[in-house]
Design a protein around this ligand. Structure first.
Ligand SMILES: NC(=O)c1ccc[n+]([C@@H]2O[C@H](COP(=O)([O-])OP(=O)(O)OC[C@H]3O[C@@H](n4cnc5c(N)ncnc54)[C@H](O)[C@@H]3O)[C@@H](O)[C@H]2O)c1
Length: 285
């Protein structure tokens, strides 16, 4: 069965990007948020993204793509006809549990139940449904319109049909699908958070300043930004939670969040979004 209707649940950083690329690829896309205000704010971001793509000549018709997007605060209305659901709510097991339990009750029998989770095991999400064979990780990278790869995460119970349909769907969005097994942090989150944790430990050890670590890594590894700039961009609390989640599942010491990272997160120095992280951002709170 081909995918033609997509439902995206959650309209934050990732949800907006995922909605944009689904609509620009020609899918009828319904986005579900909890509040009307989130729908309005999210749609402003999607409009901006689509118009930018049109200006750059990457898509033909931003207005036609916009017409394919439908918004609702009612999960049942948004998900009941979907061929694939991409859940992109907070990285929190109980928030995702609530969504997956409801999707299980609402969705068509053969609908794919996908999650954009960065660290939560697909087996855990599958256990919240009566159809684990349809549950799969569809891990878009940030920002989804620009990043070419998507990790497709299969649990021990994900069916081959679900994997193949999801791969086809991801390719139809113009993305490269990489199939990986269900293991805490998959490939990308595991590598990324470990490197960021190590950068903080290097700073704690007094080896170099935040600025100098960023400078030497950028110039030596060709990264577009240094690890501390990236920590501030992603959110120090988000990285600390991801490390903690992998540590909880594996018990591997190297994933214990660095002390300074935990302290910054607890003090509210979470990065750009709070105006202060490892750097200070003028004009923000
Ligand atoms: N931000 C990243 O760099 C990144 C990258 C890859 C994957 N992810 C993953 O994507 C997911 C979403 O992350 P994000 O950065 O977009 O988070 P975010 O906080 O920006 O957005 C989450 C949104 O979900 C909404 N939400 C919460 N519960 C909901 C519900 N029951 N129904 C509808 N909406 C609900 C919230 O109101 C919020 O707007 C997480 O699982 C995260 O791990 C994030």
């Amino acid at each position: 069965m081909d995918v033609s209707r997509v439902c995206v649940v959650g309209f934050g950083v990732m949800g907006t990007g995922i909605v944009q690329i689904c609509a620009q690829a020609g899918y009828e896309t319904t986005v579900v948020a909890r509040r009307e205000e989130s729908l309005r704010e999210g749609m402003e971001k999607v409009k901006f993204g689509l118009r930018k793509m049109a200006e750059k000549g990457k898509i033909q018709d931003a207005e036609a793509a916009l017409k394919r997007i439908h918004t609702t605060t009612n999960l049942e209305e948004g998900a009941k006809d979907a061929d694939i659901v991409v859940e992109a709510v907070y990285e929190d097991v109980s928030a995702k549990r609530e969504v997956f339990e409801r999707l299980d009750a609402i969705c068509k029998k053969d609908a794919i139940l996908g999650s954009n989770t960065s660290t939560i095991s697909i087996a855990t999400l599958a256990s919240f449904t009566s159809r684990p064979e349809n549950v799969i990780g569809v891990h878009f990278m940030n920002p989804p319109p620009l990043m070419p790869a998507v990790e497709i995460v299969k649990s021990l119970k994900t069916s081959e049909e679900t994997v193949q349909r999801t791969v086809q769907f991801v390719r139809s969005l113009g993305k490269e699908a990489v199939i990986v097994n269900d293991f805490p942090g998959f490939v990308t989150s595991r590598m990324m958070v470990l490197m960021l944790n190590e950068a903080v430990k290097i700073y704690e050890n007094g080896v170099a300043s935040v600025e100098d670590i960023d400078k030497v890594i950028k110039l030596s590894f060709g990264w577009p930004m240094g690890p501390f700039q990236l920590l501030d961009l992603i959110g120090i609390d988000i990285v600390a939670n991801a490390l903690q989640a992998i540590y909880n599942e594996t018990g591997w010491e190297r994933f214990k969040p660095a002390v300074t990272m935990m302290q910054y997160a607890r003090l509210g120095w979470k990065g750009r979004k709070t105006g202060r992280g490892f750097y200070k951002y003028e004009g923000k709170k």
